[in-house]
Design a protein around this ligand. Structure first.
Ligand SMILES: [Zn+2]
Length: 211
């Protein structure tokens, strides 16, 4: 039996495989945090001071991915500043050959435009909510989509969950505090496969990127 993978959580992972997400400049990863992602969240780009120092920290941190980083047009934070800090962090990810975990709200085209200038090894759009057309724009670039509990409440996103190519699929608990196993059960039903098969698919995606 393969383990559950939770590709994006703000809670502790315990026995579950995955990536714990830390907000650089706001939180500090602890010694025992295992595999984690680290990045200046778009919500935080005007709250954090001394971005240069943060970027230097990011360069030397023991993180497995840079994230969550990206653009959020619904949060009210200055978009030019978001863009600047996002791009700086994509540069760090490229220079360290690390995957990026993307936070993207109402700004997919802008995020895709930035990423198009760089050859980041792997891209994961976390908490994807959107239409099949939006998803296809990401799939055709080889970007991964990660779905949380919120996806189940959005009919167009449920359709994307059904059709997501298996090699680009991830699931996440994010800030929900809910058990990732519950999400696997729901998604397995949607895709017409067993939970064990879904665990195999996502564990193999995880290993391709992080092992
Ligand atoms: Zn998050």
């Amino acid at each position: 039996m393969k383990p559950f993978v939770d590709i994006h959580t703000h809670g502790s992972l315990g026995e579950i495989v995955g990536l714990r997400s830390y907000r650089l400049g706001i939180e500090r990863p602890t010694e025992e945090c295992g595999v984690y992602s680290l990045g200046v969240h778009p919500w935080d780009v005007c709250r954090v001071e001394n971005t240069q120092q943060l970027l230097a920290d990011l360069h030397t941190a023991g993180c497995a991915a840079i994230g969550e980083i990206g653009l959020d047009k619904a949060c009210g934070v200055d978009l030019a500043r978001q863009l600047e800090v996002f791009e700086q962090q994509v540069v760090v990810a490229c220079s360290r050959n690390l995957p990026v975990v993307i936070h993207c709200v109402k700004a997919q085209q802008e995020v895709v435009n930035v990423l198009a200038h760089y050859s980041t090894p792997f891209v994961i759009f976390h908490g994807f909510i959107g239409s099949i057309q939006q998803a296809e724009q990401l799939w055709e670039r080889g970007y991964h989509l990660s779905f949380g509990f919120g996806a189940l409440k959005s009919p167009k996103t449920v359709n994307v969950l059904r059709h997501c190519p298996e090699e680009l699929l991830f699931l996440e608990s994010d800030t929900s505090g809910e058990s990732i196993g519950t999400l696997y059960e729901e998604v397995a039903i949607l895709r017409g496969i067993g939970v064990e098969r879904l665990k195999e698919i996502i564990f193999s995606n995880y290993n391709r990127i992080f092992r």
